[in-house]
Design a protein around this ligand. Sequence first.
Ligand code: MN
Length: 199
Amino acid sequence: MKQLELKYSFDVLEPYIDALTMETHYSKHHKTYTDNLVNAIENNPELQNRSIEDLLTNLDKLPKQVQATIRNNGGGYYNHNLFFDILTPNPIKNPNGDLLNQINKDFGSFENLKNELINAGLTQFGSGWAWLVKDENKNLKVIKTANQDTPLELGLYPILGIDVWEHAYYLKYKNLRKDYLINIFEVIDWNKVAEYYNK
Ligand code: MN
């Protein structure tokens, strides 16, 4: 398991996400999740040979002594790989093609979808995530999860995740989570989201 390599530097998402938040989030938080996951499975070749998606989808069938670590740190590893991958300083700010068609079908409009995501992030009490997910028929849904829980164990595949842990926004936005949620759409690349949708 390897931490996603950032294709951009920490300061390029300014002013929407500040450089210190990005650096701390990636180099400290994400690295710690990754290190803890690697440590948890290092003596278990059976687990090492499985994908992170497989592990998180089948959490309840894993050996009891690693379940909590894989849920929390494996979840943190997986969630942040997706999160950092869909952010970019020069995003395509609107979905198109099949993804846009499905958004219109499931939400009525892109505006409605954005509002649902903002609302999910705002109403997640405490730490967690707001998600755009697809099901096995490629239908879309907005959900939220607590802590580092992933949509995978619900049988859903995340194509966009917004981190609403305080570490994701507090240095710049303090208690104003909604402002962070509105601004993050300035750096979400919908072409990248479409790649996950089409996978
Ligand atoms: Mn985070």
